[in-house]
Write a protein that binds this ligand. Structure first.
Ligand code: ADP
Length: 310
């Protein structure tokens, strides 16, 4: 190696050593930065862990509180259900046992009116007819109460039921009033649902019966029964049945009132009835896990809708 070559070699070596020292310093700096980062990271980890522990404690506390609240709610619900059942049982026994003496009062006042009606003066005749009417009305009310209390106490288990056949049975029971009023009742194909068949017949019979009864004078009733699903996806789990009529309609402000037991919007000489039909429908539909409502404008017909789980 010449002397100039050896100088170049030394210079190159010195350059490399300089670069190497620079790299080493940078590496040491990076290492320190990394260590600092790791320290920070450990610190953050401890903080996160602590926050997580606090959160877990809170969730556990809340879960216990919610579980206890839920248990209290279930107990209260069970109490309400029990007292409802007791009340229904009481109404059933009372109305059942009242029927017999009332039948006696009713038939003997009718007998008195028939046998001695001619011998009574005007006032006595009037009082007698009031007594006969009163007894008949009371019989109607008691029969209504008995039917209402039977929904819960004497209901059959729910089974897959062809609702179309139930509508047909209801229409057979209504044949006389349908024919007499000239009503035309049409229906879509109705689905199979889980139901107490006797009670489903009752619902159709009361709704179609009302559609016939509350008709406009001189306008033959047109009634259509259909079933479908709500377009919203979460509502697809239920069937919505509707009974549409072209009758006298109802003011929507009576939305709650007409479903209450013994509540009516008309005088008895205007439209006969005891105000039990819709209360019975509501009780039956709710026993099946459904809802009932109506859409109407006075003078423009009504649509009664009820849902049943699909
Ligand atoms: P009722 O038929 O014995 O009066 P309901 O409980 O069946 O008893 O009906 C309660 C009230 O709701 C009726 O008195 C009537 O005013 C109103 N209503 C029920 N159905 C209809 C209908 N389809 N059109 C108009 N009004 C109706």
């Amino acid at each position: 190696m010449t002397s100039s070559q050896s100088r170049d070699f030394r210079l190159a070596t010195l350059n490399i050593l300089e670069d190497f020292t620079g790299e080493k310093l940078r590496l040491e700096e990076t290492q320190r930065a990394l260590l600092n980062l790791l320290e920070d990271f450990d610190l953050e980890k401890t903080k996160v862990q602590k926050a997580r522990d606090v959160l877990e404690d809170r969730v556990a506390e809340r879960t216990t509180e919610l579980t206890q609240a839920n248990a209290r709610l279930q107990a209260a619900l069970a109490d309400v259900r029990r007292s409802n059942e007791e009340l229904e049982q009481f109404a059933y026994v009372a109305s059942h046992d009242l029927q017999e003496p009332l039948r006696m009062v009713s038939s003997y006042t009718q007998l008195l009116a028939r046998h001695f009606g001619d011998e009574l003066d005007d006032d006595a005749g009037k009082y007698m007819s009031y007594a006969v009417d009163g007894a008949k009305r009371m019989q109607q009310l008691i029969e209504g109460l008995l039917a209402y209390s039977r929904v819960g106490t004497r209901g059959k288990p729910l089974e897959v039921t062809d609702s179309h056949s139930m509508l047909e049975e209801a229409l057979r029971n209504l044949a006389a009033s349908v024919e007499e009023s000239g009503a035309v009742v049409t229906s879509d194909d109705l689905p199979a649902v889980r139901a107490d068949s006797t009670q489903l017949v009752q619902v159709f019979q009361n709704l179609v019966g009302n559609a016939v009864k509350f008709r406009k004078p001189d306008v033959p009733p047109r009634i259509h029964v259909s079933a479908g699903h709500e377009p919203a996806a979460e509502a697809a789990a239920e069937w919505i049945f509707s009974v549409h009529d072209n009758g006298i309609g109802i003011d929507p402000r009576y939305a709650d009132r007409i479903f209450a037991i013994f509540q009516r919007l008309h005088a008895r000489d205007e439209y006969p009835g005891a105000g039990i039909g819709l209360a019975l429908c509501k009780h039956i539909v709710e026993r099946h896990g459904g809802r009932i409502w109506f859409e109407s404008k006075p003078g423009e017909g009504s649509t009664f809708c009820f849902t049943l789980p699909d």
